[in-house]
Design a protein around this ligand. Structure first.
Ligand SMILES: *Cc1c(COP(=O)(O)O)cnc(C)c1O
Length: 805
């Protein structure tokens, strides 16, 4: 990507003249951003085309990562970094009196996801390209991203996120690659010749699926993969059918919104059509490409791997069957053998309510051919398994039962690999959640611990830290995150420790300024910055965090000299709009913040900052400034977590339960460098078995818990008449589903240890260094390499990754 500063300036000027008829001097940030984006896209498009061509000519096996969510955030700086142009462009712009950071702010976050699931998909896109692995994304181009969150009187208010309003400079609409997707109506099978059945469709509707491609630029290697997102349109053949505006709207709205809920399925019909829509379009486009390779359909798995990210794309299984049988004339057996060899599946949750199911009649009505094929898969599965396994086991693992289609069952039965996302989670899948399937298909189960794109989460978002690392251990960690380990040699080096502390201070100052500007709250950078950022969910236990804060507040009220480090508790979290309890917790945190932040007795020693509209860009501001990382879900409930990894990489010290990837973080840093508390997953399951948990007993016997909980109903926290009661009842009357009160004491103790450690900067700084040094193993480069080797069987072409390295 060789381009000199002068060439760059010249081209920028030229493009501004051509596209906007202006000079650099008069250009506004949006004009500059769009021009810069277009310039970069033009530059990497040569590599994009070359990569595509290489894959085609080399008949490279490629993976297609199907995900109903992608959460890339802003792409300008990430593309600049990966193209090796970040410093050059920053300087060139500065010479023209333009601040790159100001331009970067213009870009809207691409927020086509809810949280961890979508962010993981985007980290994988970055890592696949950066490792030179042939891998592409397939998803939906929602017109509206995840809602924008505001607080009004402490309540969450949701506003639409019109991210496309001023266009999207990175995407390319490809009309020539559009495909049709059929929904609704009826379908029956007709014998066309002996033993050969063909489906006949009646009264179906046809949707036009138009792809928008975005280049996924690899880090310094000239590889550019493709993220393909589908948008719905009305095909010209059907225009006459939609004469009313309403009719058109209804159809065009199919890809309008992302369902802002990662656990409960709402807006069911539209959601099901969305799932089929992007699955069908994606598989059709894969098969069309495959036909150019001139290989028989039965050898598809030698050239194509399809990954089902959570159950939303599980229809990949019946849709592949449909295409192979109905359109490519394979027999059932050939089609089935081929399909299972192509598909792999990741499970992301053990939460029962999040295991996706669809009512039979709804599926029959909306995607009748899919239902027919699923019925047949189910019948054949039962017939073949009954010969080997006991009746009840087979019945429990059926795809269709209790009037519903079980999508996880479909995904497991229709694929050759099922993985969990952290060791503990994968073990729980085998021993509890999917145990029946593990008995039947033991070889299909494996673990792939999640990871994060270390480039975005350190190099881009934390330059002060990156600079210290470069000085101390060289720059190889930028390409190979495992080299962060070299930092371990400096754990006693006061120079390096001091520089790390200075970098943290700088980041805290920047965040403090942001907090002041956006909330009006003043925070001291001397205080511990204690961070919990993630979706708001009862199992993640933001409420436990709040209970501890209230305890500290009461301690300080009792005794203003109470020994403790000053702390700023920073929250970022969106609640699903239909999730009333989560919204109640938001309200309570905000009202407690009002109380504490304005209480003169507290005198600033305790602050709560709930930053609205948590998203990737906000995460990039908060994480570099964090001292403490709160990972306090009830053990067994968080499949992996990835904010735990991002925070660790940035030198935050973790307070955690032994849940998800926290277990692996502890193994990486050692017990002395993490603060573990709470029930283990075994103890949690014991409570489920013996049913001996009694929150009311804990409340009655523990005066601290009593005092803290009473603040919710006795007026101590103002303005939460109803909300406080709801919280109180959930903990006492409904027996505290996530065992907050059981973990309270041990959480408080762990927090006290944090307090002591922070009081000794030398100890603190050393622990912080050890966390950064051991974060390399959580790089998503490593994660996708393991997927590539163990599951997808795809190879990096060294010729790509070394081409421009
Ligand atoms: C990393 C990330 C998440 C995931 O956070 P967890 O704590 O792992 O649930 C969610 N949202 C955003 C914007 C993220 O960057």
């Amino acid at each position: 990507m060789v381009m000199t500063k002068e060439e760059f300036k010249k081209e920028l000027r030229q493009r501004l003249r051509e596209n906007y008829a202006i000079e650099v001097e008069g250009a506004k940030p949006p004009e500059l951003f769009n021009t810069l984006g277009a310039l970069l896209k033009a530059k990497f498009s040569e590599d994009w085309r070359a990569t595509w061509k290489d894959y085609l000519v080399g008949k490279q096996k490629q993976v297609y990562y199907f995900s109903i969510e992608f959460l890339p955030g802003k792409m300008l700086k990430s593309n600049l970094l990966n193209m090796g142009m970040l410093e050059m462009v920053r300087e060139a712009l500065a010479e023209m009196d333009i601040d790159l950071e100001e331009l970067a702010e213009v870009e809207r976050d691409m927020a086509l996801g809810n949280g961890g699931l979508g962010r993981l998909a985007s980290c994988f896109m970055d890592s696949l390209a950066s490792c030179g692995l042939p891998g592409n994304g397939n998803g939906i181009r929602y017109d509206y991203g995840l809602f924008k969150q505001r607080f009004v009187d402490g309540y969450q208010v949701e506003l639409p996120d019109e991210w496309l309003r001023s266009g999207n400079i990175w995407e390319i609409r490809r009309d020539s690659k559009a495909v049709d997707v059929r929904i609704g109506g009826h379908v029956y099978l007709k014998e066309v010749r002996k033993g050969r059945l063909k489906p006949v469709y009646e009264n179906t509707r046809t949707l036009r699926a138009v792809p928008y491609d975005t280049g996924m630029v690899g880090y310094g290697n000239g590889v550019v993969n493709t993220l393909r997102l589908w948008s719905v349109e009305i095909p010209s053949s059907e225009e006459d059918r939609y004469q009313s505006i309403e009719g058109r709207r209804e159809l065009e709205d199919l890809t309008a919104v992302l369902y802002p809920d990662d656990s409960n399925e709402k807006g069911r019909l539209t959601r099901l059509i969305q799932e089929y829509f992007f699955v069908s379009a994606g598989i059709q486009s894969i098969i069309r490409y495959y036909k150019r390779l001139n290989q028989p359909m039965t050898r598809l798995s030698e050239y194509v791997a399809i990954h089902i990210n959570d159950t939303h794309p599980a229809l990949c299984v019946p849709e592949m069957m449909r295409i192979l049988m109905d359109e490519q004339n394979l027999s059932w057996k050939q089609a089935w053998d081929t399909t299972v060899k192509v598909m792999s599946y990741t499970n992301h949750t053990i939460m029962a309510e999040a295991l996706e199911k669809w009512p039979i009649d709804l599926m029959k009505r909306t995607i009748p051919r899919m239902y027919q094929i699923i019925e047949e898969i189910d019948a054949r599965y039962v017939a073949s398994m009954r010969e080997i396994h006991e009746h009840d086991l087979v019945e429990r693992t059926r795809i269709i039962k209790d009037g519903q289609v079980h999508m996880a069952h479909l995904a497991i039965i229709g694929s050759y690999s099922t993985n969990g996302v952290a060791k503990l989670h994968s073990d729980l899948l085998k021993s509890v959640v999917l145990h029946d399937f593990y008995v039947i298909f033991p070889d299909r189960f494996n673990n792939k611990t999640n990871g994060i794109a270390q480039r975005r989460w350190s190099q881009l978002s934390n330059e002060p830290l990156s600079n210290v690392l470069n000085e101390a251990i060289g720059t190889s960690w930028r390409k190979n995150a495992a080299d962060l380990k070299l930092l371990m040699n400096y754990q006693g080096d006061q120079q390096v420790l001091k520089k790390l502390a200075e970098a943290k201070k700088k980041n805290k100052q920047a965040l403090a300024a942001y907090i002041k500007e956006n909330t009006g709250i003043e925070v001291s950078t001397e205080a511990i910055f204690d961070v919990q950022i993630k979706r708001l969910h009862a199992y993640k236990r933001q409420l436990l965090n709040l209970l501890h804060i209230i305890k500290l507040y009461l301690d300080l009220k009792d005794n203003p000299e109470h020994p403790m480090q000053s702390r700023v508790f920073i929250f970022g979290a969106k609640a699903a709009p239909s999730y009333a309890y989560a919204k109640t917790i938001i309200k309570c945190i905000n009202e407690t913040a009002n109380l504490i932040n304005n209480d003169p007795d507290i005198n600033g020693r305790l602050k709560i900052v709930f930053l609205p509209n948590y998203n990737v860009t906000l995460a990039e501001k908060i994480i570099p400034a964090a001292d403490v990382s709160e990972q306090i879900s009830l053990a067994s409930k968080e499949a992996s977590g990835t904010s735990n990894m991002k925070l660790m990489l940035n030198g935050a010290i973790t307070i955690a339960t032994l849940d998800g990837a926290n277990v692996e973080i502890r193994n990486a840093v050692g017990d002395d460098n993490i603060f573990i508390f709470g029930l283990t997953e075994k103890e949690v399951y014991q409570y489920y078995e013996n049913r001996e948990y009694s929150s009311i007993r804990l409340y009655e016997e523990n005066s601290v818990i009593q005092r803290v909980l009473n603040t919710f109903i006795d007026g101590t926290i103002p303005n939460i008449l109803y909300e406080g009661r709801e919280i109180f009842d959930s903990l006492i009357k409904y027996n505290d589903e996530y065992f907050l009160l059981r973990d309270f004491d041990s959480y408080v103790q762990a927090q006290e240890k944090i307090n002591e450690a922070y009081a000794n900067p030398k100890i603190w700084q050393k622990i912080s260094l050890i966390n950064t040094a051991n974060a390399g193993r959580f790089s998503s480069d490593e994660t996708v390499r393991r997927y590539a080797e163990d599951i997808w069987n795809i190879e990096s072409k060294l010729s790509y990754s070394n081409k421009k390295g």
